[in-house]
Design a protein around this ligand. Structure first.
Ligand code: S3P
Length: 185
C-alpha cells in the first residue's frame, strides 16, 4: 500500500476485481459526499454505443484497453467525483499514474469464492464467460492482479466480510482518520 502521508487527493477512485462492488459502492459514496459518480465502463459503453462484452467480442481486449486508457486520461481535471474503474484498469501503469494525480485510490477486495458468487451472471464479464472452471480462473487472475491492486491503492477494504453499508462506513472512517478533505465544487 502507498504512503498515506501524501496529501490525499479529493477525488476517489475505486479499484478491484469484477464483482467487488465498485459500481454500487461508488454510487452510494458519491451520494454521501454529494459527488458526481463516474463509471469508466459506462463511459466506454456510451462512447462506443456497445456493451463492454460486445466490444470485447468484436474488437478484442487490446482495443478495449486502449479505450479504457483514453477514458481514464479524460477524467484528469475533474473535481468532486467518485470513479468506479474496470477490474483491469490498474494493470496499465499509465492508468495508475493518471489516477494518482487526482484520486485517493481505494481497493475493494473480496475472496475468490465471494467474487464468484457476486459475478453470478458471467455473460456480462467477457474474461470469465468462457471459462469451464470460473473459480480457478478467478484464483489465477487474483494471483496476477492482487499485487498490482495492492501497490496501487492507498487503502484496502475487504468487502467479503462487510455489508455494503459497512463498507461505506469503513471508507468514510478511514478517509476521516487519514485527514482527507472533501472537494469544494
Ligand atoms: C474487466 C472488468 C470489467 C470490464 C471489462 C474488463 C477486467 O469491469 O472493464 O470486462 O479486466 O477485470 P468490472 O470490474 O466493473 O466488471
Amino acid at each position: 500500500m502507498k504512503d498515506n502521508r501524501r496529501r490525499l487527493p479529493q477525488n476517489i477512485a475505486l479499484i478491484g476485481f469484477m464483482g467487488c462492488g465498485k459500481s454500487s459502492t461508488g454510487r452510494r459514496l458519491a451520494s454521501a459526499f454529494n459527488y458526481q459518480y463516474v463509471d469508466t465502463d459506462i463511459l466506454i459503453e456510451e462512447k462506443t454505443g456497445m456493451s463492454v462484452t460486445d466490444y470485447f467480442s468484436f474488437y478484442g481486449e487490446e482495443a478495449f484497453r486502449a479505450l479504457e486508457h483514453e477514458t481514464i486520461i479524460s477524467l484528469e481535471g475533474l473535481n468532486g467525483v467518485v470513479i468506479a474503474t474496470g477490474g483491469g484498469t490498474p494493470l496499465n501503469p499509465d492508468n495508475v499514474s493518471s489516477l494518482r494525480k487526482h484520486c485517493t485510490i481505494i481497493w475493494l477486495s473480496a475472496s475468490p469464492e465471494v467474487t464468484l458468487r457476486r459475478v453470478g451472471d458471467r455473460n456480462s464479464r467477457p474474461l470469465l464467460r468462457d471459462s469451464n472452471d470460473p473459480l480457478q480462473t478467478i484464483i489465477d487472475m487474483f494471483q496476477l492482479r492482487e499485487p498490482i491492486y495492492c501497490a496501487t491503492a492507498d487503502k484496502r477494504i475487504d468487502t467479503s466480510i462487510f455489508q455494503q453499508i459497512d463498507t461505506i462506513r469503513q471508507i468514510k472512517r478511514w478517509l476521516k482518520d487519514a485527514g482527507w478533505h472533501q472537494a469544494n465544487h
